[in-house]
Design a protein around this ligand. Structure first.
Ligand code: LLP
Length: 423
């Protein structure tokens, strides 16, 4: 639920600041984040998982790695889940302690591994036998011991979009759960490797409990198998993936009610599922959500450039494109789109499209929207996760600015790119 992004007297506000003022001052397209919303969502996770003594929340940087957002999330008490030397670099620079950082990823380069080892990163999450060997070699070359977790692939269907489903055995991720026992047995005998844990991540934007339950059951079985082999682990990381509700993020009498609202995970039940199945003496539990922490904090403000009609279809051309926010183009993802100034003018279907030379460059197709004119502002909601972090310069478009809002203060946390930045 987005409660820091809301209407006051029919004007959209991010915390205490009218969105129109932000667009006026900083230009469009503009990413705006609410620090309060991030704190609220992180607090809900912390509260729910407090039933598991010592549970750790590692923020998955890939969702949004703006350094100021990282600093904010670090100050709330999170660790960091990274997938590259670049993310480790940003996490360290933003205040995360090396020991609170893990490095995952199916294709770590030697540079990624060396960077993690030399910076004393908490855990390297290994995804194959060959990688295990390379980590051991790199650790030996650097005179270090690598603390390692094994990512197992539990063969669980996360029932999410196929592009962001990772826990099936035909996916490239992790070590097949039937083979992982042998890998663990090998790891404990290897020089320069300390096997500390196991890891699993079944997918992203998961909205049902059952896949998490199935994964937890598989992990439990695997931990018990390891015990039979005499291998004790100290950490279980159950991954990220907690979905958010994109539809009806803001409810208002003057906005249409969006159909097919997504179910949301009950965090207390999820924590209980994990606690009941995965509590082992001397073993710490971690989760690594990205989207849940940041998605609802972000809006993308964009201005209407043109209106046009073709074959009876209404098109609203805005100044943001798929290069700025790719989720609809990539996954047909749904994001609520609202006018910055609400009017009682009724709705009619429209396609909200960007300027990029691709038919897939759209933010909404046949969506009920109010009358919009050139120059009007609209907000694309719930873009705090996988918005800016997967933006590009396609069509040689400079990337937008990012602004961080807390109460009545707003500051630019990344400048808008200029044409010179394209060179
Ligand atoms: N841990 C691992 C190993 C992951 O691969 C991911 C996401 C996460 C944690 C965080 O998942 P989250 O809690 O944010 O769902 N670009 C896509 C999402 C890709 C997710 C990739 N991995 C999107 O826009 O929906």
């Amino acid at each position: 639920m987005t409660d820091k992004i809301r209407y006051e007297q029919n004007l959209l506000h991010v915390e205490d600041i009218p969105a129109a003022d932000l667009a006026e001052k900083f230009g469009t397209p503009l990413y705006v984040y609410s620090g309060g919303q991030i704190a609220r969502n992180f607090g809900l996770l912390q509260k729910a998982f407090s039933v598991i003594p010592g549970a750790k929340i590692l923020y998955a940087l890939k969702a949004n790695s703006n350094p100021e957002i990282l600093r904010h999330i670090c100050s709330l008490g999170a660790g960091a889940d990274t997938v590259s030397a670049g993310e480790i670099f940003l996490a360290l620079r933003s205040g995360f302690a090396p020991g609170s950082i893990s490095l995952a990823g199916v294709g770590k380069t030697d540079l990624d591994i060396d960077f993690a080892l030399s910076r004393g990163i908490g855990t390297i999450i290994v995804e194959s036998n060959e990688e295990l060997k390379v980590v051991s070699e790199r650790a030996s070359a650097l005179g270090r011991t690598a603390t390692v977790s094994l990512r197992i692939n539990p063969d669980v269907d996360a029932r999410t979009h196929p592009h962001i489903s990772t826990g099936l055995k035909e996916n490239k991720f992790g070590i097949n759960i039937d083979k992982a026992g042998e890998t663990a047995a090998r790891a404990v005998k290897m020089k320069n490797i300390e096997l500390v844990g196991i890891h699993s991540h079944i997918g992203s934007q998961v909205t049902e409990h059952a896949p998490f339950e199935e994964a937890a059951d598989s992990i439990r079985k695997f931990v018990l198998d390891l015990k039979k082999r005499g291998i004790e682990i100290k950490q279980i990381d159950v991954g990220g993936g907690i979905g958010v509700r994109y539809r009806n993020a803001i409810k208002h009498d003057l906005l249409p009610v969006e159909k097919k609202e997504e179910p949301v995970i009950n965090l207390n039940s999820l924590a209980k599922v994990i606690k009941d199945r995965l509590s082992f003496p001397g073993c710490e539990i971690a989760i690594e959500p990205g989207r849940y922490i940041v998605a609802e904090s972000g809006v993308l403000l964009t201005r209407v450039l043109y209106r046009k009609e073709s074959a009876g279809r209404r098109f609203i051309v805005v100044d943001a494109g798929m290069n700025d926010m790719m989720r609809h183009a990539l996954y047909s993802a749904y994001h609520q789109i609202v006018p910055v100034k609400l009017k009682d003018s009724g709705f009619s279907p429209a396609d909200v499209v960007g300027p990029v030379c691709e038919t897939t460059d759209a933010f909404a197709v046949q969506r009920e929207l109010p009358a919009l004119n050139r120059g009007d502002l609209v907000a694309i909601l719930t873009v705090g996760a996988y918005g800016y972090s997967i933006a590009s310069n396609y069509n040689s478009r400079p990337k937008p600015a990012e602004v961080f809002v807390e109460k009545d203060s707003a500051r630019v946390v990344r400048d808008r790119e200029t044409l010179d930045d394209l060179i």
